[in-house]
Design a protein around this ligand. Structure first.
Ligand SMILES: CC(C)(COP(=O)(O)OP(=O)(O)OC[C@H]1O[C@@H](n2cnc3c(N)ncnc32)[C@H](O)[C@@H]1OP(=O)(O)O)[C@@H](O)C(=O)NCCC(=O)NCCS
Length: 172
């Protein structure tokens, strides 16, 4: 199984063994505040998310990765690339960079550190020419991460009725 190491993190594919951490993540109203979803109330919802990821790994050879903090060996959330196969802001069949961390692990630079490795993987291994990202216009923390990763805001657009910023980074 794929495993990528950064200074402080291990990135690997999720498995159903990550279900408790995934539930802690998506049950937190602060985590889902800008994501247009309600906090999860049952672990079956988390199992459905993990199963969808397992399908993406099998079909697309890529999907968001589990993030493990090396110092504690704890699952702290997910980060990485998703192949988008339905049109978003006029784009289709592209790699989107995203991240979602359990709240007690925010503010340590982990989203940036993990997504940086994922973008590198996208350009070097998946041979992407461009990687896109987006966030709700009020999601200042996520916007900051996208900027720190080197993505540039191109425009704002509506996603499911909510205003979002659209970012991109080119390999060149
Ligand atoms: C967005 C998220 C992944 C950031 O994780 P993180 O590990 O704390 O991010 P980093 O530490 O790498 O960087 C965050 C940066 O944003 C800044 N930041 C955080 N909240 C901010 C806010 N409300 N306003 C302005 N800047 C903010 C931090 O200071 C930091 O910048 P710095 O390095 O210059 O100090 C995390 O908050 C999260 O999981 N949020 C919920 C899910 C989510 O919104 N995902 C993104 C969907 S588009």
């Amino acid at each position: 199984m794929l495993s990528i190491e950064t200074d402080r993190l291990i990135l690997r594919e999720l498995t159903l063994a990550d279900i408790d951490g995934m539930f802690e993540l998506d049950a937190d109203h602060e985590v889902v505040k800008y994501l247009g979803q309600k906090p999860f109330t049952s672990k079956e919802q988390s199992a459905a998310v993990i199963n969808s990821l397992l399908q993406q790994y099998a079909e697309n050879n890529i999907g968001r990765w589990a993030v493990i903090e090396k110092a504690s060996n704890e699952f702290i959330g997910w980060s990485g690339l998703k192949l988008i196969t339905e049109p978003v802001n006029g784009q289709v069949n592209y790699y989107d960079v995203g991240y979602r961390l359990i709240r007690r692990f925010w503010g340590k630079g982990y989203a940036t550190e993990s997504a940086k490795a994922a973008i590198q993987y996208g350009f070097d291994t998946l041979k992407a020419d461009t990687i896109y990202g987006m966030c709700h216009v009020n999601n200042a923390g996520s916007e900051k991460v996208l900027e720190k990763l080197g993505l540039k805001c191109m425009e704002t657009f509506e996603l499911r009725g909510l205003p979002h910023k659209w970012f991109r980074i080119d390999k060149s």
